[in-house]
Write a protein of this length. Structure first.
Ligand code: SF4
Length: 215
């Protein structure tokens, strides 16, 4: 597994330029694509506008769920573990009616991984909480159950990308994204005190992450 949250991971990337921009794979909903279960972008299209506008990055996008299940579709969630457990056969994906979608989720994740390889992606910026794209926090079982339960861990596609050596980040990883912004925006200084998602006090308190380490 490769973690983009480690400052060393960024220092090992080539310095992005306009001639050789950093190649980023983004969750398609974050690029404003209507690929959510209900045909919307979940309101994610406005996220990270500073990144999308920068000419030192080249962004490609993919939705693993829409690829294998189309739009609209039922809501897939992980049961019994996270995406890493899924690939070990220890967790499965069900929708809100209990129908199993494991095969479809695996198909979408494999397609996203193949796309990342084809596009020679250097960093993935993914939508957290998704059973496919989540990187640190996902729903624990069906997200429509009340109260909604969360678990630490990755979605199915994020786990496949990470296991294959791709660096993955969530849009909520403000500290790491600050490092990225400093790499691509001359003169930008990330403010002190930014936190990655796994270091957010709620996540640390409720999901058992340490405040500094991911895993
Ligand atoms: S699977 Fe990923 S890209 Fe597709 S809608 Fe969900 S979070 Fe967005």
């Amino acid at each position: 597994m490769r973690l983009a949250h480690n400052p060393k991971a960024f220092s090992e990337l080539p310095k992005p330029t306009t001639e050789a921009p950093l190649r980023i794979l983004m969750s398609a909903c974050m690029m404003g694509q209507g690929c959510g279960v209900d045909g919307t972008d979940y309101g994610m299209g406005g996220a990270l506008s500073w990144l999308k506008a920068n000419n030192r990055v080249h962004i490609v996008h993919f939705c693993p769920e829409a690829h294998s299940m189309g739009i609209p579709r039922t809501m897939p969630d992980l049961h019994g573990g996270d995406g890493r457990d899924f690939w070990k056969g220890q967790a499965k994906v069900l929708d809100e009616s209990g129908a199993e979608l494991s095969e479809q989720m695996a198909e979408g994740a494999k397609a996203m991984l193949a796309f990342a390889k084809e596009q020679r992606v250097q960093l993935c910026v993914l939508t957290d909480m998704s059973a496919a794209c989540g990187t640190q926090v996902i729903a624990d079982g069906c997200r429509f159950d009340q109260p909604r339960a969360y678990r630490k861990g990755m979605g199915v596609a994020a786990a496949a990308l990470s296991a294959a050596g791709f660096l993955v980040l969530a849009q909520r990883d403000h500290k790491s994204l600050g490092r990225l912004r400093a790499m691509i925006e001359p003169g930008f200084l990330a403010p002190e005190g930014l936190l990655d998602h796994h270091a957010h006090p709620w996540v640390v308190e409720n999901l058992g992450y340490s405040d500094v380490h991911f895993g």
